[in-house]
Design a protein. Structure first.
Length: 188
């Protein structure tokens, strides 16, 4: 992770948009036209669907952990078991790691070969994956601990990791789609 990436304007946990120097390097297809573009079917739609699923699963994990934290003491363990928090967290972890792997080793290098001016954008997004991996690891550790000891303190720890994971996943995917969707729409 570079020193530049650690700046508040660059890091996925602190930026509120793509850094100003990167936005002008993106291809110009406008966001509002994506779903009406003649080449939206195929890779573009598939990519967006994968992202929606990742975001839905990250939303669910954070929201469900928070809601169950309010359960009364004698129902807490039943609520944790019934929600299948651990298995759903595991599915999100596998899904996210697999998706990042495909992007880091397939899509991103291919996009930079097609459009070298996108080097810095995809370098930033690859750094995001490292930050996401660390957040995913935190969730993995806490969900494994919750399986061993399904109590309120451990559930709170899982939520303390799931909530920031959800936040940075939304930031990353929003910015990534700004970089990637125009490429799929231009090249099909
Ligand atoms: Fe990504
Ligand atoms: Fe992605």
């Amino acid at each position: 992770m570079s020193a530049q990436y650690r700046q508040l304007t660059h890091h996925v946990a602190t930026r509120d948009r793509l850094p100003p120097a990167i936005r002008p390097t993106l291809l110009e297809e406008a966001m509002q036209d994506w779903k009406h573009h003649p080449r939206f079917a195929g890779k573009a739609r598939f990519f967006m669907n994968v992202h929606r699923q990742l975001l839905d699963e990250a939303d669910w994990l954070s929201d469900t952990a928070r809601v169950i934290l309010d359960a009364s003491g004698d129902t807490l363990q039943d609520r944790i078991s019934a929600s299948a928090l651990a298995s759903n967290a595991q599915r999100l972890l596998h899904f996210a790691h697999g998706h990042h792997e495909i992007e880091d080793h397939g899509h991103f290098p291919q996009f930079v070969r097609l459009h070298p001016q996108l080097h810095d954008a995809f370098s930033l997004l690859a750094n995001d994956h490292q930050a996401l991996d660390a957040a995913l690891h935190g969730v993995e550790t806490e969900q494994e601990a919750l399986l061993r000891s399904p109590g309120r303190d451990q559930l709170a720890k899982l939520h303390q990791h799931a909530a920031p994971l959800n936040k940075i996943m939304h930031r990353h995917i929003t910015d990534e789609e700004d970089g990637v969707m125009p490429i799929f729409l231009r090249h099909g």
